[in-house]
Design a protein around this ligand. Structure first.
Ligand code: NAP
Length: 351
């Protein structure tokens, strides 16, 4: 194996890939070659990483020649097709898509919570969780380690970039349509103005919130809601954890927010919870409502940590806490977590 591993970034041109290139340029440079891969549409484009222009190559078997670690920031079906090819060619894959997360032979890793899981990878694939799960799981993992988690009831307020470049473009064009108008004052006026231009969303997002993220699953649940449940259980190693999620899209470009009701084994105190959150790696406690201090997506965007505010003990349950959590879905919610996993694995190469 090479001392400085060769890295492939598959999906380098996408919303997550773009942030990945920024992160790779900001973090300690542990990589040998960084190869940028996307669809044939992008072949020949030049992108900047580590201050140098690198030409994008189309995905192919040869694109993985000599690659030690391959990050996949592409749609599920593209990862399902190409990640096993990269693994067969000797690369360790770190996959950001949903294609392998619930495969029992693929660990689902958040380095602050379950770094040990990344060492067992029978398929040579390690998965990074969905952005909604990642928005809260670092803070929840820290509280679980102290108090023992029994139940999560969460509502998400998810940004449009969770739906990739198409999501960002849709919100920006809708905002341009409604800016400076009196829209939002009579039933359906925004919908009529926006017309069919709802992009990847089932309803207009400008001047609106939409209680739907993902695709329809059994009994009215959405795929995003099931991901929050299944992935939280797998990361925390709590297969029986009670989880209820309601996922909502809001007109925010980047940074997901969550309200969290977390119930633990025994009585909890706000003081102890605050102490844990204030010292947990990757978490910032920002919680002084008297001073107007709580996280908001507009302030959190572009930052790495999970920001926690509004920490309260439930009025009717001394074993439960209420939190408001914000995390940048393109940084910790996807690219940063993937980069951290890749760096964790790369450290094995030089150990
Ligand atoms: N956005 C988030 O907050 C977030 C969070 C966690 C996980 N994820 C996951 O990360 C993945 C990427 O999401 P994104 O938001 O970055 O999507 P995106 O903006 O739509 O970008 C998609 C990327 O995949 C590439 N691609 C598409 N079809 C391809 C093909 N047939 N062969 C090779 N490359 C192909 C695109 O290349 P071209 O430019 O050449 O088309 C582009 O680089 C998805 O699985 C998503 O679920 C996203």
């Amino acid at each position: 194996m090479t001392v400085r591993p060769t890295l492939a970034v598959v999906g380098a041109t996408g919303a997550v890939g773009t942030v990945m290139l920024q992160i790779l340029s900001q973090h300690a440079d542990i990589w040998g070659e960084i190869r940028l891969v996307a669809s044939p549409r992008s072949a020949g484009r030049k992108l900047t990483v580590r201050g140098e222009e690198v030409e994008v190559v189309a995905v192919s078997e040869e694109a993985f020649d000599g690659v030690d670690i391959a990050m996949f920031d592409v749609p599920d079906e593209v990862a399902a097709r190409w990640a096993p090819v990269a693994a067969a060619k000797g690369a360790i894959v770190v996959d950001n898509s949903g294609a392998f997360r619930m495969d029992p032979d693929v660990p689902l890793v958040v380095p602050e919570v379950n770094p040990h899981a990344a060492r067992r990878r029978p398929r040579s694939i390690v998965a990074s969780p969905n952005c909604a799960t990642l928005s809260m799981i670092v803070a929840i993992g820290a509280l679980h380690a102290e108090f023992g988690l029994r139940e999560l009831i969460v509502s998400s307020y998810q940004a449009v970039s969770g739906a990739g470049r198409a999501g960002i473009e849709t919100l920006r064009s809708q905002l341009a349509m409604v800016a400076g108008t009196e829209l939002g004052t009579s039933p359906g006026d925004v919908r009529r103005s926006v017309g069919d231009e709802t992009g990847p969303f089932p309803a207009p997002l400008a001047l609106n919130v939409v209680p739907w993220v993902g695709s329809l699953r059994e009994d009215g649940w959405s795929s995003e809601e099931m991901k929050v449940r299944d992935e939280s259980r797998k990361i925390l190693g709590l297969p029986g954890l009670k989880v209820t999620a309601t996922c909502v899209r809001v007109p925010v470009v980047t940074t997901h927010s969550m309200t969290v009701h977390a119930r633990f084994e025994d009585e909890v105190t706000v003081d102890k919870a605050r102490e844990i959150l204030a010292t947990a790696p990757g978490v910032v406690l920002f919680d002084d409502p008297a001073e107007g201090e709580f996280p908001t997506p507009a302030d959190v965007v572009g930052t790495d940590p999970t920001w926690v505010g509004r920490v309260r003990r439930s009025l009717d349950d001394t074993a439960a806490l209420e939190l408001f959590v914000c995390g940048d879905n393109l940084r910790k919610g996807s690219a940063l977590n993937t980069a951290q996993i890749a760096e964790l694995i790369a450290s094995e190469f030089t150990a």
